[in-house]
Design a protein around this ligand. Structure first.
Ligand code: NAP
Length: 312
């Protein structure tokens, strides 16, 4: 059984009517999203403490990228939604829209995943970094960010947000790996411009030409989409890496499928590994805190995503 939440479209918004406080996730596609059961489970729990949350509900909408601007106007002006989550492909597009004011924390990332209604439009936040650091702490409780070395796979929006968060958490050095050298170099340049001499050292990792000073036990974070499909190539060969420096852990932001080829390889090599479900939960926790200004029940959200994944 999949999530019971229906999938709405822009056309549904024209006749939309909901008497309570409405929240929603917008994406294209959106069929895969388990954010509705996760947030609605939290809201049900919050309603036990404060009855006002009994009238809050979280929906999901399939919105094409070209329709995002007009959709955000409708969600704001006519339909009065309180908060929105944005997922692929809207996170970067939203930053260029005039009805979205990007908060200073999200500006260096250039992507927003959480919108909070204001009088005139939307404030745009990025809670993925909070999700990543808290998700990592939950899955790798012995990992200390301060002074650590991380191998970051990918150079898209998720990698950019992860890099900024790893800088905030005082990682010592980031090693960048990406399929396309050009986008990897753009990320390197962006991080150097953002941090100057006040952030982690950022270097490119090429396993065919390995550096002599790679840390003995780096943490590996996969922020690529490689692994969404079973035929995808590995974003890094962990066996080749382990011959140089055995990772202390591998965290894959992908959570569906629950075990990517990268995580399977980590387990086969006996390297601690975790998928991105904990990140999903904590980015959602932070978003719901922003919208509700209340304490959010993490356990209810964790249980709801586990149930939604088991039902797939
Ligand atoms: P994106 O902006 O489209 O970036 C995709 C990245 O993956 C790029 O670096 C791309 O490399 C690389 N890539 C794509 N296909 C590849 C392949 N076959 N082999 C090697 N590299 C490949 O996407 P994104 O928004 O950063 O998201 C990346 C992943 O993070 C997605 O799987 C997403 O679901 C996941 N994510 C999870 C959470 C969570 O809460 N758990 C939150 C955010 C994102 P090129 O530069 O070469 O194209």
């Amino acid at each position: 059984m999949t999530s019971p939440e229906p999938i709405y479209t822009l056309a549904d918004l024209d006749t939309w009517s909901f008497p309570g406080t409405a929240l929603a996730v917008l994406g294209h596609p959106i069929k895969h999203s388990i954010s509705p059961p996760m947030h609605n489970a939290a809201l049900a729990k919050m309603a036990e403490r404060d009855s006002k949350f009994a009238s809050w509900k979280y929906f999901r909408f399939d919105i094409a990228p070209d329709d995002l601007h007009v959709a955000l106007e409708k969600f704001h002006d006519c339909k009065r939604f309180t908060g929105l989550n944005l997922t692929v492909p809207h996170k970067i597009i939203a930053c260029g829209l005039r009805n979205v004011a990007v908060t200073p924390d999200a500006a260096p990332i250039g992507a927003v995943n959480t919108l909070m209604r204001t009088e005139h439009g939307w404030n745009g936040f990025n809670t993925d970094g909070y999700g990543l650091s808290n998700g990592l702490r939950e899955r790798f409780p012995d990992f200390k960010f301060d002074g650590s070395e991380v191998i970051l796979l990918g150079a898209g929006g998720a990698a950019r947000g992860a890099a900024i968060e790893l800088g905030i958490q005082k990682c010592k050095r980031l090693w960048l790996v990406n399929r396309t050298a050009e986008t990897r170099d753009q990320l390197l340049h962006m991080l150097e411009m953002t941090w100057g001499s006040n952030g982690p050292t950022v270097q490119i990792l090429d396993l065919n030409n390995p550096p002599k000073d790679l840390a003995t036990n780096p943490l590996v974070i996969n922020a690529t989409s490689a692994g969404l499909k079973p035929t995808d190539p590995l974003p890094i060969d962990l066996a080749a890496l382990a011959a140089l420096a055995r990772p202390k852990g591998v965290y894959d932001m992908i959570y569906n499928p629950p075990e990517t080829p990268l995580l399977a390889q980590a387990r086969a090599l006996g390297i601690p590994a975790a998928n991105g479900l904990s990140m999903l939960v904590y980015q959602g926790v932070r978003a719901l805190e922003i919208w509700s200004n209340a304490t959010v029940p993490v356990d209810a959200m964790r249980e709801a995503v586990a149930k939604a994944m088991a039902a797939r």
